[in-house]
Design a protein around this ligand. Structure first.
Ligand SMILES: *[C@@H]1O[C@H](CO)[C@@H](O)[C@H](O)[C@H]1NC(C)=O
Ligand SMILES: *[C@@H]1O[C@H](CO)[C@@H](O)[C@H](O)[C@H]1NC(C)=O
Length: 469
């Protein structure tokens, strides 16, 4: 289709959508006629877009990092009924992709703010009960037509990650944790960069320089990749449900990062040649850093994370429209740069993390938990609408983006009961070192309707022939 006409069609469709906004999402809830991910229907990358056997594939994603733990047996810290309920909820909203952890590391003593039980409690020891949770996650996702990005490591301590690998190979030494959230307290939140002179990140990044840690990491990758799913009997490396492997969550800049990313991604591609690889990086370090890591030939698509509050462009207790507008403006500029850089390297990019707090000023001065679920999501809804619109338009116009993935699904969970299981886990959408309820998307939030609106919109565009090449 000529570009001019395509543009006209896109803007016409966007206008039509704007007109429809008040009456969104009349899709019958609870229908379970999912179309499973087909055998061998591996998603491929062409230019800045994804394609499955059916044609253009857009990532309607959701962060659901605790999936393997939730899906484990209840006596292993899981919550199987909640897991199934939420998988059904997400699928009925049209979510076709989840980003989950496929790694977590333990220590000889209980560590603060960490996922428990871990998948790898000690070097070369894997907890079969948590692995079965991961199997269920993959199986139940595939059944519902959802694909997965599997994160293999973490710059941050909430799953163990780099710092735990470093500690293992330094006689289990104490990790210099950053000052963390007291999950029951209000901000300010932890600063991840300044605890010791070397800093937490500096400590975590020693990971790149410890050959034994790198060897163990490769054994972990192989362990997951060459696992036979106990539910589906499929091998992970050959399962089209697994869209992508991710090197790590948010690797920060370091002189050794690129070489490590190249070696690790090559290792993954050699073994899982039908599946894709991405980096897990945020895109916050600017053009050169973004292009350098995502240009590697063994990286198939780029990703970016956008955190307006954490990066100081939004204050969650300020209800002024100037505050909201500055967040929206910041996001637009960020997304526009990321899109341009992706077009320049000719790879798709997904906004694989972004979140926004509730209208938390409503919880202030009421002797109430600041992140209580009772606060509305008015600003969040406006922000999501703007971000999703930007991403979908970028995709339609071939300007880089090929998916979105908010942080994070809290589903039927709420902070109010202050429930903790026997491993002291809340399993909020927020990871253990952050205030539970801060960024959760609940099943009843209007924000979910906004997401669903854009799912329907993209499907409509695809029906009109947009995104075919
Ligand atoms: C900061 O790091 C030191 C070790 O360098 C550690 O003893 C301390 O507990 C850390 N602080 C927090 C809040 O984790
Ligand atoms: C499962 O999650 C629900 C919702 O958060 C909670 O009410 C219930 O107590 C949890 N059950 C277990 C076994 O953790």
């Amino acid at each position: 289709m000529p570009l001019q006409r395509r543009r006209a069609l896109v803007s016409a469709a966007l206008c039509a959508l704007a007109a429809l906004t008040p009456v969104v999402a009349q899709v019958p809830k609870g229908s379970k006629n999912w179309t499973p991910v087909e055998e061998n229907d591996f998603v491929k990358v062409k230019g800045t877009r994804f394609f499955s056997k059916e044609g253009p594939w857009f990532m309607f994603g959701m962060n659901y990092w605790s999936c393997m733990n939730l899906a484990a047996d209840d006596d292993a810290g899981g919550n199987y009924t909640r897991f199934i309920t939420e998988m059904d909820q997400m699928a009925s909203r049209g979510i076709n992709h989840l980003r989950i952890m496929s790694s977590s590391e333990g220590a000889p003593t209980i560590q603060p703010f960490r996922m428990y039980p871990p998948l790898m409690p000690a070097p070369d020891k894997w907890d079969e009960k948590i692995f079965v949770g991961l199997d269920r996650c993959v199986a139940e996702a595939g059944k519902r037509g959802m694909r997965l990005t599997m994160s293999l490591n973490n710059e941050w301590h909430w799953s163990g990650g780099f710092a735990q690998y470093v500690s293992w190979f330094n006689k289990d030494e104490q990790i210099p944790y950053p000052p963390s959230w007291d999950p029951t307290a209000n901000p300010p939140w932890g600063d991840y960069t300044t605890n010791s002179s070397w800093g937490f990140e500096g400590y975590a990044n020693k990971f790149y320089s410890i050959p034994e840690a790198q060897e163990l990491f490769k054994r972990h990758i192989a362990k997951v990749m060459f696992r036979q799913n106990t539910v589906t009997k499929k091998w992970y490396y050959n399962d089209a449900t697994i869209l992508a492997w991710e090197l790590a969550n948010e690797p920060q800049t370091d002189g050794k990062l690129i070489q490590w990313a190249e070696e690790t991604s090559r290792y993954i591609k050699q073994n899982a040649y039908n599946q894709l690889v991405t980096t897990g990086s945020e895109g916050k370090f600017g053009e050169q850093a973004f292009k350098e890591i995502h240009s590697l030939s063994s990286i198939d698509f780029a990703c970016a994370h956008l955190w307006v509050q954490n990066w100081g462009a939004y204050q969650m207790t300020d209800q002024s429209s100037a505050n909201l507008n500055s967040a929206i403006e910041y996001a637009r500029n960020f997304l526009s740069s990321i899109g341009e850089w992706s077009v320049a390297i000719n790879k798709p990019v997904v906004l694989e993390e972004f979140g926004f707090p509730r209208d938390n000023w409503l919880n202030q001065g009421k002797n109430q938990y600041l992140y209580a679920s009772t606060a509305t999501t008015r600003n969040k809804d406006t922000y999501f609408d703007s971000v999703l619109n930007t991403i979908v338009t970028s995709w339609a116009e071939g300007k880089g983006f090929a998916g979105f993935q908010p942080w994070a699904y809290g589903g039927i969970w709420r902070p109010e009961p202050r429930f903790r299981n026997k491993f002291n886990e809340a399993w909020a959408g927020d990871p253990p070192h952050e205030a539970p309820g801060w960024y959760d998307l609940y099943d009843t939030d209007y924000t979910m309707e906004i997401i669903e609106k854009y799912v329907i919109f993209v499907k409509t565009l695809i029906g009109h022939g947009i995104g075919k090449k």
